[in-house]
Ligand binder design. Structure first.
Ligand code: FSX
Ligand code: SF4
Ligand code: F3S
Length: 375
């Protein structure tokens, strides 16, 4: 049961902690041309996407304001850094970006100014100073073969495996940011030469997975704000993904869904059907099998998302998508279910896929039901 008074008490107690960094959220937003009204609009939208009642909007704003009281240590393992890049590389920062920067990132391999020995010193200092209080965010899968030697970090050449375990030990909460740290990622593709794995496989603490290659800023910031609000991890599905973000399929809210239902498919990229925004299922869209909120939240200030841009979803927030969803531009049904031929009528494909998708949803719901939400 969500108790708003408890949340308010928690935020009041966080306010008493020293702020890390000198500016208030108000100053940061004003400097970037955002008004109080924009900020409240943003918190209202975030409350909705976190699945909270509208009454929580003001406390979401308060939580964002105290997010510089919660130390965050951010590690990079085997990955492309796209998850951080997707948040920080914008010409006009969004409120999500600004809150991300405002969150007290005590240590972040990519964006910190320090390097070499100095960076290591800052890292060790943060672990000691905030023992038991910091949130650990990890980007990247962890190579495990040959004792983890495929990935070493810093001047001591410590393996990512060792650094991860050491950092996880005294973390208050652990968030796997991106599909790599959640499930291994592209480097875990067959034959997975480095033995790359999702971080939960090598830790004996609960890890919340925020997959996507990359995940949206909303899902990253939303999960961190949730932890600040409630001091605990949100309810999760059977893959430890927050239900507020990964509770529905891409297909459920896709703007091309009407065309899917009507049997109107794109057969060729660049065709008239493609220009008319027909469904991309026959060009390999994996939206019916993928649990994520891209079709609702989109990317870059709600501007667009893969299907809107004209390519099918490749299922990037699902475990093993690099192997199980390939080839990306062919329907899954073509190679998994031989009864459907490539030239089957659109209706037949549509009906069969709807049934498959129904099964996927039922299985998802059943597994989630067995495992009670970790609230
Ligand atoms: Fe992985 Fe993120 Fe994909 Fe890249 O760090 S989820 S390869 S977008 O960068 O981890
Ligand atoms: Fe949208 Fe893909 Fe579903 Fe078609 S198959 S409606 S493009 S999610
Ligand atoms: Fe990934 Fe599909 Fe969203 S490819 S970004 S889950 S639309």
């Amino acid at each position: 049961m969500l108790d708003i008074n408890k949340v308010k008490q928690r935020i009041e107690s966080l306010k008493k902690l020293p702020a890390i960094g000198s500016k208030s959220v108000k100053e940061v937003l004003e400097e970037n041309g955002f008004s109080r009204r924009d900020f409240l609009k943003w918190s209202g939208a975030l409350a909705v996407s976190l699945g909270l009642p509208a009454t929580f909007a003001p406390v979401v704003a308060d939580a964002a304001e105290v997010s510089n009281r919660l130390p965050v240590v951010w590690l990079h393992l085997a990955e492309c850094t796209g998850c951080s890049e997707s948040l920080i590389r914008t010409d006009a920062p969004t409120i999500d970006d600004l809150i991300f920067n405002y969150i007290s990132l005590e240590y972040h391999d990519t964006i910190m100014a320090a390097a070499g020995w100095q960076a290591e010193e800052n890292f060790e200092e943060a672990l000691k100073k905030f023992k038991g209080r910091y949130v650990l965010c990890v980007e990247g899968g962890v190579p495990t073969k040959d004792g983890g030697d495929f990935l070493t970090i810093g001047p001591d050449a410590e393996t990512g495996l060792s650094k991860l375990k050491r950092t996880a030990k005294d973390a208050a909460a652990i968030i796997a940011v991106g599909t790599c740290s959640s499930f291994g990622g592209i480097q875990a593709a067959y034959p997975n030469p480095t033995g790359a794995k999702g971080i939960h496989k090598v830790l004996n603490k609960q890890v919340i997975n925020v997959p996507g290659c990359p995940p949206s800023a909303k899902n990253i910031v939303g999960t961190i704000v949730y932890v600040i609000l409630f001091g605990q991890l949100p309810a999760v599905d059977n893959f430890n993904r927050p239900k507020f973000a990964y509770g529905m399929r891409i297909h459920d809210l896709c703007e091309r869904r009407g065309h899917f239902d009507a049997g109107e498919f794109v057969e060729e990229f660049g065709s008239e059907e493609a220009m008319n925004g027909f469904c991309l299922y026959k060009k390999g869209c994996k939206g019916p099998y993928t649990f994520n909120n891209c079709s609702r939240e989109r990317f870059n200030q709600h501007t667009s998302w893969p299907v809107q841009a004209g390519h099918g979803c490749i299922g990037c927030s699902e475990p093993d998508f690099w192997d199980s969803m390939a080839p990306y531009e062919e329907p899954l049904a073509n190679h998994k279910f031989e009864s459907i031929s490539a030239d089957a009528t659109a209706d037949k494909v549509g009906i069969t896929i709807l049934t498959l998708a129904g099964v996927a949803v039922a299985a998802h719901a059943a597994i989630s039901a067995i495992k009670p939400p970790k609230e």
